[in-house]
Design a protein around this ligand. Structure first.
Ligand code: NAD
Length: 316
């Protein structure tokens, strides 16, 4: 069997178009272009690349992004004051606090200072609590977890009762996916969560009809670990060095640095021969995640404007 590729770029384009149309309506009716403040504390090249990419996509969709760079030596109090200022500023519709923060700052406290109605990444206890309670309509939720749900929907497979293994239990990916999958009383799949302390990972993954992997280790999931016809969703993003046939690094003549490429956590080439559906990396979860961020902003803006909102449906 050769797996069907779940095309993240196509799904992302669809979400982008939906969000763009609704933002255009808001612009015409309220003369408003929603604005998100993206806070970066200290210098972190990976964060800057991530934020630049977000700015590009948000601008394309019709969202203003203001990047606020704050010195790494800022105090907890100074940063709290900034968040209070952004909460009170009516021209700001959403606030994003980019991670990681310098270790002297209390991340959890700062995240929870963001007003839930401006919490674009769904990091506050209030918004995560709504996910826990499976409250509807679900206005915002963690973007990567929702991107995984979008991919599962794309396959049109029935989730009900399916043995689903999630590898990785982080707060931004594994745990919210679990809550989303359990949000139906009658139609949920049957999830198992594996993590760093799981003994003999293969025993679990081999039984998975749906396998979701969010770890950050290239080639963690090999063909022998996957059940025939499984649906495989790869959330991992890893940059690896390209090697020649003798196992030596290939050096880029222009930069003098080793050539690299992005891969997921799954051995795509071999697993795709066994799975029924699979997400590629790049081109899978990544592009969808950014568009969901824009959709979170749209939903928050609609609530702020007292417009009706449909919210996310995990089970249609
Ligand atoms: P994290 O480091 O917070 O969590 C990693 C998880 O993997 C933990 O639950 C840990 O217990 C588990 N783990 C580690 N080693 C393991 C092993 N050998 N076997 C089983 N479980 C193991 O990471 P994260 O923030 O959840 O991100 C995970 C991956 O997903 C990373 O590669 C990250 O870059 C990627 N990611 C992608 C997107 C996207 O939009 N595509 C968004 C967020 C994260």
């Amino acid at each position: 069997m050769v797996a069907q590729i779940i095309d993240g770029i196509k799904i992302a384009e669809r979400i982008k178009t939906e969000v763009k149309d609704e933002l255009l309506y808001i612009k015409n009716r309220f003369n408003l272009i929603p604005k998100v403040v993206s806070i970066i504390v200290g210098e972190n090249p990976a964060t800057e690349i991530y934020v630049n990419n977000q700015c590009k996509i948000c601008n394309e969709i019709g969202i203003n992004v203001e990047v606020v760079k704050i010195n790494k030596n800022t105090t907890q109090q100074e940063l709290e004051n900034k968040i209070i200022q952004f909460n009170e500023d009516e021209s700001i519709n959403a606030i994003m606090l980019n991670l990681p923060l310098p270790p002297h700052l209390n991340q959890r406290k700062l995240q929870n200072m963001i007003l839930p109605i401006k919490d674009i990444e769904s990091v506050t206890a209030e918004n995560l609590g709504k996910l826990f309670y499976a409250e509807t309509p679900l206005v915002v939720a963690p973007c990567t977890a929702l991107a995984v749900i979008e991919c599962l929907k794309e396959t049109k497979i029935e989730l009900k009762g399916k043995h689903t293994v999630i590898v990785g239990h982080s707060e931004i990916v594994g745990k919210p996916i679990l809550l989303m999958l359990l949000s139906s009383l009658l139609n949920s799949p049957t999830p198992t969560v594996c993590h760093i302390a799981t003994k003999n990972l293969i025993e679990y993954t081999k039984l998975a009809e749906i396998l979701i992997v969010a770890v950050g280790k290239p080639n963690l999931i090999t063909e022998d670990m996957v059940k025939d016809n499984a649906v495989v969703i790869d959330v991992g993003i890893n940059r690896i060095k390209l090697l020649d046939k003798n196992g030596r690094e290939i050096i880029d003549e222009k930069t003098g640095k080793p050539k690299t490429k992005i891969v997921g956590d799954v051995d795509f080439e071999n697993v795709s021969k066994k799975a029924s559906y699979i997400t590629p990396v790049p081109g899978g979860i990544g592009p969808i995640t950014t568009c969901i961020l824009a959709k979170n902003l749209l939903n928050l803006t609609k609530i702020q404007l007292n417009l009706p909102i449909e919210g996310y449906k995990i089970f249609s």
